[in-house]
Design a protein around this ligand. Structure first.
Ligand SMILES: C[S@@+](CC[C@H](N)C(=O)[O-])C[C@H]1O[C@@H](n2cnc3c(N)ncnc32)[C@H](O)[C@@H]1O
Length: 259
């Protein structure tokens, strides 16, 4: 399942010798229960979600995912969704832009960058990735090796695709679809995503809950999983050498309890 039509075309071509075992479904995984209806599948032995942005998306300048290549300021994984990054950047007010850069990018200069965007767009609509990256760079003090627009681009991408809410929705629905002993594996790519995965899996695998105001711990009615990975699994240095984009990948796995 992918919300990006191109990703599905590519995967279908690549996996054509497995056509009998493979089914490509278009859609946002936050809605997977409705999307899989047509397949008749009623439960999973395993669910693997490899979230975030793909190399194809990053490398295609026309999609606007990279501030290193000039292209439309788009950043939509689903090209049919109505709102692009340019729409947000040209219409959101200053407090909204600041909140977005701060919450989704953890960008320390969120306020200055938001102000610079408001000023720049008053003279000319912001349309392209490089135009936007230049405005951000001019408003940011030089900081190490990282491009000054890195965190702001991450924030915009998360906002355009509503990525954190989609992950929440998916994780809320997924455990009910696992068969007893079935496994859920999630690969995420930055700390905001990993925090959601870690906290959700911890909650769903805790037999008891405790709060300071309770006289004693209570049974957790949501406990349906056990953790397979106590610590996050990360790529080895050899794998990172072969595929540098694996450097920020974090895998967590949990298993549905027996019936
Ligand atoms: C890191 S890539 C994984 C690519 C895939 N595993 C492969 O090997 O080609 C992430 C993919 O997830 C898709 N994606 C991210 N969030 C999604 C969501 N909420 N619903 C559906 N697809 C999503 C993106 O469009 C992107 O193609």
């Amino acid at each position: 399942m992918d919300q990006d039509e191109n990703a599905l075309k590519h995967a279908t071509e690549r996996l054509k010798s497995y056509a009998a075992q493979f089914c490509a479904l278009r859609g946002n995984f936050r809605h997977f229960p409705q999307i899989i209806e047509e397949t008749g599948v009623s439960g999973f032995d395993g669910m693997l979600v490899d979230i975030g942005v793909s190399s194809h998306q990053l490398d295609d300048a026309g999609r606007g995912f990279s501030f290193m290549r000039d292209g439309p300021l788009d950043l939509r994984m689903d090209t049919q969704s109505p709102r692009t990054a340019a729409d947000i950047v040209n219409t959101a007010d200053e407090p909204e832009l600041m909140r977005l850069f701060f919450e989704y990018g953890e960008e320390p200069n969120a306020r200055r960058i938001a102000r610079a965007i408001i000023k720049a767009r008053a003279t000319r609509r912001i349309e392209t990735t490089l135009q936007f990256a230049d405005i951000v760079a001019a408003a940011s003090p030089k900081r190490g090796k990282r491009h000054p627009a890195t965190l702001v681009f991450q924030a915009l991408r998360i906002a355009v695709n509503d990525e954190l809410a989609a992950l929440h929705d998916f994780l809320a629905a997924a455990p009910r679809w696992l068969k007893p002993g079935g496994r859920l594996a999630v690969i995420s790519f930055h700390s905001l995503e990993d925090r959601i995965v870690k906290q959700t899996l911890q909650h769903l695998s805790a037999p008891f809950l405790d709060r300071p105001e309770w006289p004693e711990p209570r049974k957790n009615p949501d406990c349906v999983l056990k953790l397979v990975t106590r610590k996050p699994v990360q790529a080895t240095p050899q794998e990172i050498e072969m595929n540098p984009r694996a450097r920020s990948a974090v895998l967590r796995v949990a298993e549905h309890l027996p019936a």
